[in-house]
Design a protein around this ligand. Structure first.
Ligand SMILES: Cc1cc2nc3c(=O)[nH]c(=O)nc-3n(C[C@H](O)[C@H](O)[C@H](O)COP(=O)(O)O)c2cc1C
Length: 182
């Protein structure tokens, strides 16, 4: 989809319609198997990972979101936050912009805290906020949010892909950490 990296010269390149075609065909193929209320798409409009970041990012992603809206999918999941890198080609895209063109469930993600997540939902910009890294170091994240308990420090990057228990199952729940301290 990204004009920056799409160097093709066929019907999958060039115009917005052509660059959306690959995702469109995937969505349509998946919808032959699953009902639309079980299919979602995830987009990274602000990301820089793996060479992302095209000058026409806003035009591209709003076009894609509008097109996806016509399929009545379960959700659109957006990495709107900048905590995993930002291409810095202009103003970051926001959940609010996507809210205007996508009617079904909108999920925000990346760098959210409980506070910013609750604000995004209260402001009506998103329906759900997803958490990644806080779940790695807090197996009981839902309980901690629900009871306003402090979080464990985030996992160090060098354990993100470790092969043993380190980084996977060695982060204590709040109750376990209290028992350790006692
Ligand atoms: C260890 C690790 C692996 C990840 N792998 C993927 C992946 O394969 N595909 C993907 O779209 N995002 C991946 N992500 C990104 C997360 O889905 C999420 O967008 C990111 O962690 C930002 O949310 P957070 O600030 O709540 O952690 C990964 C993140 C982490 C920490």
């Amino acid at each position: 989809m990204q004009s920056k990296t799409n160097q093709r010269s066929d019907r999958y390149s060039g115009s917005l319609e052509n660059r959306f075609r690959f995702l469109q065909e995937i969505v349509e193929a998946v919808l032959t198997v699953w009902s639309r209320d079980r299919v979602g798409v995830r987009l990274s409009p602000n990301g820089v990972f793996n060479d992302m970041g095209s000058p026409d990012y806003r035009e591209t992603f709003l076009y894609v979101a509008k097109e996806l809206n016509s399929y009545g999918l379960a959700y659109l999941h957006l990495l709107d936050g900048l905590a995993f890198g930002f291409h810095e080609l202009g103003e970051p895209m926001t959940l609010a912009e996507f809210r205007e063109v996508f009617d079904r469930a909108l999920i925000g993600n990346c760098g959210y805290t409980q506070e910013t997540a609750e604000k995004a939902i209260a402001d009506g910009n998103g329906d759900l906020i997803a958490f990644g890294r806080p779940f790695i170091s807090n197996p009981d994240l839902v309980k901690r949010f629900g009871s306003n308990l402090p979080l464990n420090p985030p996992a160090e990057q060098d354990v993100w892909y470790s092969f043993g228990q380190e980084g996977y199952t060695d982060f204590p729940t709040y109750d376990e950490s209290q028992a350790i301290e006692a």
